[in-house]
Design a protein around this ligand. Structure first.
Ligand SMILES: Nc1ncnc2c1ncn2[C@@H]1O[C@H](COP(=O)(O)OP(=O)(O)O)[C@@H](O)[C@H]1O
Ligand SMILES: [Mg+2]
Length: 329
């Protein structure tokens, strides 16, 4: 499927790849195109080093979906792992061993599993729950027709994509733990004064979150709902990394139909020796990319030229959109 069809028909599109290759520029250009073609579009940056606001030329308060001025149907969001976590505080800070002074008695409640999760490599627990909240939002009634993800460089994004499994496994353990604890507390409740046990609704919150994450996983892996667009530059190292990324996406069952090859030197200008050499290097790699990813893997390749200037704000993003979507090349 071409990018145009994906933008008009899918529920989600994710742009990913190595750092600096043009993920944010491609995601913003595509989101603008979709919005201007009548789809109510939300673009979400999951990169902790956000640059979505800079690309669109708007101020984006962390964690707040903000309508993009001057573009109808477009809202942008940079997720903030540090805020809106109030409802999870009871969960993330939960340490029954210390809180209740129960020491060894808690061992058979599976606390080791929790420790394993809280000491996770980035994305850490805050970011994991923040992404979980985004997935929950996607699965709850909302007015957006399309959600475009501007993701972080490969490694981080792969860890996020693994989160539906990690999170739901972890939440499952927490639910079991909570259940055991509530039975355990049942015995002591009568002995303790009522206000010593804080009532909380975290069990309910967790169950809802878990159900949404399971649904989101189904959506992320459904080619009629989601597609991952790999963005790359025509360099040897990028070819190797793209191969690894594609393998990982297959492992997670995430559909990929398109690869953007960005920042291509054009021969329509008089090139200096330096640029000629770069163009030759790029063309050699472009042939390889066409052969490996185009012919062998049957991916739809989109070639985008290197622009003279930076790609920022509406006009430039529209120009990039022409290459991305209308295949101007
Ligand atoms: N085709 C292109 N021509 C010229 N500059 C580009 C092109 N694609 C991206 N850039 C520039 O490269 C920089 C990195 O792009 P960006 O989209 O932020 O990459 P990423 O999100 O992958 O880190 C930005 O300054 C952007 O304007
Ligand atoms: Mg970016």
């Amino acid at each position: 499927m071409g990018l145009e069809d994906l933008l008009l028909n899918l529920k989600m599109l994710m742009f990913g790849g190595k750092g600096g290759v043009g993920k944010t520029s491609c995601a913003s250009s595509s989101a603008i195109w979709a919005a201007e073609h009548g789809r109510n579009t939300l673009i979400i940056s999951t990169d902790p080093a956000h640059s979505l606001g800079d690309s669109l030329g708007v101020e984006l308060p962390p964690g707040e979906p903000t309508p993009v001025k001057g573009i109808k149907n477009l809202t942008a969001l940079e997720i903030n792992p540090k805020v809106n976590m109030v409802e999870f505080q009871g969960i993330t800070n939960m340490n029954p061993i210390e809180d209740l002074g129960m020491g060894g008695m808690m061992e058979n409640f599976g606390m080791g599993d929790l420790q394993e999760f809280t000491s996770m490599n980035p994305p850490g627990i805050d970011e994991a729950l923040a992404f979980g909240k985004v997935l929950e939002f996607i699965e709850t009634e909302h007015d957006y027709d399309l959600i475009v993800f501007d993701t972080a460089p490969t490694g981080h994004t792969l860890r996020l994509l693994n989160l539906p499994d990690t999170l739901s496994g972890w939440i499952g353990k927490l639910l079991k733990l909570r259940f055991k604890m509530s039975k355990f507390f049942g015995v002591f409740k009568k002995m303790l004064s009522k206000d010593e046990i804080k009532e909380d609704n975290s069990l309910e919150i967790l169950e809802k979150l878990n159900a949404s994450i399971i649904n989101a996983k189904e959506d992320l892996t459904n080619p009629l709902k989601n597609s991952f667009i790999v963005v790359m530059i025509p360099e040897e190292m990028a070819i190797t990394e793209t191969g690894r990324l594609l393998n990982a996406l297959v492992k997670y069952n995430i559909p990929v139909s398109n690869i953007v090859i960005n920042q291509l030197y054009q021969d329509k200008y008089d090139l200096c020796d330096f640029c000629k050499a770069r163009r030759e290097m790029q063309q050699k790699n472009l042939f390889k990319i066409r052969d490996i990813f185009g012919k062998k893997l049957g991916k739809n390749l989109i070639e985008v030229p290197l622009f003279k200037g930076e790609i920022r704000e509406y006009q430039k993003l529209k120009e990039m959109g022409d290459y991305l979507i209308n295949n101007l090349n």
